[in-house]
Design a protein around this ligand. Structure first.
Ligand code: ATP
Length: 256
């Protein structure tokens, strides 16, 4: 095993140790972040498709410990979102729940550890990888369209390859136009692609995007929370263990 030791990644309880390397072999690792409030079948379908296509040895599911004031709705406590991720990832040994963005919520050391930006998380993971390893940042088109507004977006794009789950209604031009200005191709280059479905690869200086078509499922965590508040069943969207957890803990109930 030749993984470099990194103190932050190896803290007891932060369960971010990467998979054991087969001696001398290059590894493909996926990183999938989100609020996961709750984790649902759309998330799992994206990861499954990306893992199959890019032979991912491991995918880190990284729930973000986002402060409530930054959200449109109050986010469920980190501990519940993390628990649901842990339940939903049980069946596949490649899926790993991660505390990398837990901040103080996942720390024995109180508030000293704060929530990370994606770029910080990516850099921390890359410290544990070898040069030949490939890190894939998995993301849905809904989130990718705002990538230009992310902290150090250009650096993030250059640090890893992106796998974007495209969805009907988004063209190749939409994908290219989402990029931060310095790496965005000029309009005269992207305009001809306004009707072309967002599939295939888009490789530009400092940006590698792999577009996965046919993955996006018609489900969102918002719909699930609304449905739960109406007391309706959630089974078709959630892993049964997650659905049971939501029920037991009374998550998303009206006035809850
Ligand atoms: P919300 O409805 O609360 O905004 P969400 O369902 O979009 O939540 P997030 O946790 O915010 O879920 O998303 C994490 C990642 O999963 C993002 O990259 C998002 O684009 C992607 N994603 C969300 N829903 C789907 C889906 N149905 N299919 C594929 N990817 C999805």
């Amino acid at each position: 095993m030749a993984l470099k030791r990194n103190k932050n990644l190896q803290q007891p309880g932060r369960n971010t140790k990467l998979a054991a390397r087969v001696k001398g072999q290059q590894m493909n690792i996926g990183l999938f972040g989100g609020s996961f409030d709750p984790i649902h079948r759309g998330h799992l379908a994206l990861v499954q498709a990306a893992a199959d296509r890019f032979s991912l040895r491991q995918v880190l599911f990284v729930p973000a410990n986002v402060p409530p004031h930054k959200q449109k709705h109050p986010v469920t406590a980190f501990v519940h979102r993390y628990a649901m991720v842990a339940l939903a990832t049980q069946d596949d040994k490649r899926w790993v729940p991660s505390l990398l963005e837990a901040g103080a919520a996942g720390s024995d050391e109180g508030a000293r550890l704060t929530a990370n930006y994606s770029i910080d998380t990516v850099r921390r993971i890359k410290q544990t990888l070898k040069k030949a390893d490939r890190l894939f940042f998995l993301i849905g088109m809904d989130a990718f369209k705002d990538i230009a507004t992310w902290h150090e977006a250009q650096a993030l794009l250059s640090e890893c390859e992106f796998v974007v789950a495209s969805r009907p209604g988004f063209s190749l031009r939409d994908v290219a136009e989402s990029l931060p200005e310095p790496v965005r191709p000029p309009a005269e280059v992207t305009n001809p692609f306004h009707k072309q479905a967002a599939t295939g690869d888009l490789v530009l200086p400092g940006v590698t995007l792999h577009l996965l078509g046919g993955v996006q499922q018609n489900v969102s965590a918002t719909t699930i929370r609304t449905t739960a508040a109406e007391g309706k069943p959630l089974g078709r969207w959630l892993d049964p263990r997650v659905a049971e957890y939501v029920r037991k803990m009374g998550l998303y109930r009206k006035g809850g």
